[in-house]
Ligand binder design. Structure first.
Ligand code: DC
Length: 221
């Protein structure tokens, strides 16, 4: 009999801290991590590079089917190019939320994402991990925070990288992306059935991670 793979699905809006929380939880439990947003970002990056029309579903589907990213020692390579930093740029994130509205793109990425489920477990971070990709997850979390708290975190992250930004522009950007992620017809950003809502607006990263671990341990009690 194959070993049971434990899955923790962490979904939530942009800049809710899913990435940091997921990698910390995975480290604590010795699990693998899936940053599903990076797959949408890679698709968007490649589409932009090839000058594809982001609203042309079939053109973007071709791009995603041809995608062969290499994940190596914390870096991501696409056709030999190190794109680790480039796919984190705001314009790629915005393009990612545009390609993510296409059902054919989501369908093509479905199996890719499922293939990350390996023993002993996986922490899957995204928008539809608990609702669509891993409905069997042991624990489903909807991690959220106010747009202002998220914009402030994003502002500090950019500042650390030496990039100046403006909080009100960031809030506006986040709201626009939330709208697009919430309103798309396929896999909109809504808490999965049975998901626990975790609002991290007033929590530190440690407190947020501890809450997830406590809930996970509770599933074993
Ligand atoms: O988590 P992120 O900011 O890296 O994701 C980038 C975009 O990809 C986001 O705006 C919506 C999309 N996305 C998605 O639709 N489904 C996922 N599971 C992950 C990301």
């Amino acid at each position: 009999m194959s070993e049971k793979v434990e899955i923790i699905a962490i979904d939530g809006p942009v800049a809710s801290g899913k990435g940091s929380v997921s990698s910390r939880v995975a480290k604590a439990l010795g699990f693998h991590v899936l940053d599903s947003g990076s797959l949408y970002r890679l698709t968007a990056y490649s589409a932009l590079k090839h000058g594809a029309d982001l609203s042309d579903e079939e053109a973007v589907e071709k791009i995603v089917l041809a995608l062969s990213p290499v994940f190596e020692s914390g870096k991501i390579f696409l056709d030999g190019e190190d794109v680790t930093e480039a796919i984190r740029e705001e314009d790629v994130g915005i393009a990612a939320s545009k390609v993510a509205v296409h059902p054919l793109v989501r369908k093509a990425l479905f199996q890719v994402q499922r293939s990350y489920a390996k023993a002993p477990g996986l922490v899957a971070d995204g928008r539809d991990m608990g609702s669509v990709v891993f409905p069997e997850a042991t624990l489903k979390i909807f991690l959220t925070a106010s747009a202002e708290a998220r914009a402030k975190r994003r502002y500090n992250q950019l500042k650390e990288k030496g990039i100046n930004s403006n909080i009100s522009d960031l809030v506006k950007d986040l709201r626009e992306r939330d709208e697009r992620d919430l309103k798309r017809a396929v896999a909109p950003l809504v808490p999965a059935t049975g998901a626990r809502i975790l609002d991290s607006s007033d929590l530190t990263l440690d407190e947020t991670v501890n809450q997830v671990l406590e809930w996970y341990n509770g599933t074993k009690a």
